[in-house]
Design a protein around this ligand. Sequence first.
Ligand code: LLP
Length: 428
Amino acid sequence: MAKEANKHLLFGGVDVVELAERYGTPLYVTDENKLRNNFKGYKNAFETTNIDTDIYYAVKANGNQALLKILASEGAGADVFSAGELELTKLAGIPAEKILFNGNSKSDDDLRTAVESGVRVSVDSVDELRALSAVATELRREVEIAIRVNPDVSPGVHAKIATGLKESKFGIPFHDVIPVCEEAEKLPNILLAGLHCHIGSQILDISVFGEATEKMMALVERVYERGMKIKLKFVDLGGGLGIGYRQAEKATAPTPKDLAEMILPVFEKKMQELGISLKLVLEPGRSIVGASTILLSRVNAVKRAYKNFVAIDAGFNLLIRPVMYDAYHEVVVANKVNERASELYTVVGNVCESGDIMAKDRMLPKVERGDLVAILDTGAYGFSMSSQYNGRPRCAEVLVCDGKADLIRSRESIEDLIRNQEIPARFI
Ligand code: LLP
């Protein structure tokens, strides 16, 4: 991020103070080059070996069409968690053969949509497996599936984003996987093609990916040992690579290359032992899109109370991560980037909840009403987790690239708050 003499933050070659004036605040701003480079970082890291790797971007992190189209143009596949996310990826031009329909609670309609779209399904329970077989049979289609494995690996992250612990709601318990594979083998119109896991998110200690890979490859071995007819095509190790949210973490946070060095030797060794060849699939979300985006927000008030509060025009309706996961995001006063941090502030949102704290106890330059704040690294699980709580229409999104800006989502209006509400005739 460059600094300029006029003391404004530049992002994607654009002065963000001008962006805020042109498009209003709050405003999510994504840098196209950063997004492309993050994706390329994965491709380059995993292309160094002869293991065929596909990167399925996790759409839940950020489903904006412009971003999906950029990733599609770079060759991304997609991990989708709903029929809605599936539609978003199809619209963006991601081919069905590179889409995996995930989820621990899929309705018959979800399963029908998946089968009709010709995408693979990651099956999370025996119930789902049987229902999917019935739906596929009814539609006279075959469906390729992966079994979502719960590998019982502790990722050492916030409890709300650990997904592969044995007590977590996701996946089939490790010791039940082989019997479920055997059942899948027998069910009509089901083709078992892969094993899938996802152990958690914002993982900075990447040794746990090595552990998960060992466990998944042990299952692959069991499938072959038991002489099942199944010919596995792929193993999907999910997403989860963390990013450096704190300035001090930026240089030390693990990279896709570190991840590749952790996973690939384990993967390759077992394939060689078994004399088989499998595709490796990864589903990164945060590490692709997290650092590509900032949230711009205007200061509405500075209040000297028990603490020095900076009240901005974005709250947890637009960025819930600090509130939900105690997540840390760097805050920059975007119109004063060259000024010395001189005072301790707590940055709070405009939502009517005392928990609506965006950044606690930060040293910032002297802040005044009207200043512009940038909350950094908000591309993942920012807009995609937004709501209209407190009657606040969602904000706009802009894409910047080499000094140019394009609106990629317009700001919602008050009308959007009432768009789908119906007033019973007796009240009119
Ligand atoms: N694959 C599956 C099956 C997942 O459930 C997830 C995320 C991913 C891939 C992508 O994980 P990533 O690379 O982004 O860590 N809202 C939380 C994160 C929830 C992650 C849910 N699953 C947050 O803001 O930290």
